[in-house]
Design a binder for this molecule. Structure first.
Ligand code: AMP
Ligand code: MN
Ligand code: MN
Length: 326
């Protein structure tokens, strides 16, 4: 297992980079990718940046996002090293990793405790609130001068994965790094507005429908909501527009586990999971083939109906809780 200094040394050995982050990307994935990409360009390196599914609209304000390419345009050669960010296993970069030649090393930089250690080099640190924190440490070790563009990307990465410094993963180190990034030109108010207050009207209409499905089980400890594929087409929205909805389920008093079940366009059911007590949703997600953190995790279930998916997930939840369920 490598640390940020080792990884800085490894990265500086190479000249042509392919940088990728996970599917259905969030602020941490995209912010880390762009922050590292822009920094490597300052070091005169060639950089290709991509993620499966492309960038959500509300993250395109970040500098460098216009340089990202669609996964279909990623060549199967022309880079000496691949850097995978915020991705706990190779399934998260499905559609891209298949193209990577066997002799090209992979540098795995991530903070999920469920990370599979799939890289040639692995810098996995579950004490980091965001992959953006790890990237910041690497940049300092590489002696890169962090400019305002890089600062905006890394601040967005860290702020989004910590719910703007409200979640329990926020540490003194998180806040120190964030403070440095603000000194370098990241503006928290502006970034918060870009990420959270630029939704289309239809996205809030969908939230209304999702809130209508919100329920709590008999124990009062498990709350869930549902999102149906038809809604996305009716409202002309993509799946990314449901980002953050699961947090409403966690707001209910007494709830320890919050779940969202989303019918995806690829026929899978994506399950988002959040915890407010001691319940470890990373363990729940892992038992279902997914991954994540103790308080925020997820999985993707193949060929299941909504009813089957709920049965499967609730069965596991009650097994872990030691409750009999219904
Ligand atoms: P989300 O609910 O999509 O915001 O994801 C919450 C956390 O779970 C993030 O850290 C994700 O990286 C992780 N996660 C979500 N879905 C999956 C999956 N299918 N496989 C592995 N990790 C996942
Ligand atoms: Mn992520
Ligand atoms: Mn992350």
């Amino acid at each position: 297992m490598e640390n940020h200094q080792d990884i800085a040394g490894v990265l500086l050995r190479y000249h042509r980079f392919l940088i990728v982050t996970h599917q259905m990307p969030d602020g941490d994935g995209i912010g880390s990718m762009l922050g590292l990409g822009l920094a490597l360009q300052k070091k005169k390196r060639q950089v290709i940046m991509t993620c499966p599914g492309g960038l959500p609209e509300n993250l395109r304000f970040m500098p460098g996002s216009d340089q990202t390419v669609h996964p279909d345009e990623v060549p199967s050669d022309g880079y000496d090293v691949v850097v995978a960010l915020d991705s706990s296993d190779l399934g998260r970069i499905e559609g891209i990793y298949e193209k990577i030649p066997n002799d090209v090393p992979i540098v795995n930089i991530d903070h999920h405790m469920t990370n599979k250690g799939y890289g040639t080099y692995n810098y996995v640190d579950s004490a980091s609130a965001a992959t953006g924190e790890q990237v910041y440490k690497i940049l300092v070790a590489m002696d890169v001068r962090v400019d305002s563009s890089i600062a905006i990307c890394l601040f967005t990465a860290i702020a989004t994965d910590t719910g703007f410094f409200r979640f329990s993963n926020t540490t003194p180190t998180t806040l120190r790094i964030a403070a440095r990034l603000v000194e370098k030109g990241a503006e928290p108010g502006d970034i918060s507005e870009q990420v959270y207050e630029a939704r289309p009207l239809e996205s809030l209409k969908m939230l209304g429908r999702a809130l209508d499905t919100l329920q709590v089980d008999k124990s009062g400890k498990v709350a869930w909501m549902e999102i149906y594929r038809d809604w996305l087409s009716e409202l002309s929205l993509d799946e990314g527009q449901a980002e953050g909805f699961v947090n409403y389920a966690r707001m209910i008093k007494g709830v320890e586990v919050a779940l969202i079940f989303r019918e995806s366009s690829d026929g899978r059911i994506r399950v988002g999971m959040r915890s407010k007590g001691n319940f470890d949703v990373a363990a729940l997600a892992q038992a279902l083939g997914g991954g994540g953190h103790a308080r925020a995790a997820g999985c993707s279930l193949e060929s299941q109906s909504m009813t089957e998916a709920k049965e499967l997930v609730f069965g596991k939840v009650y097994e872990i809780m030691g409750l009999a369920g219904d």
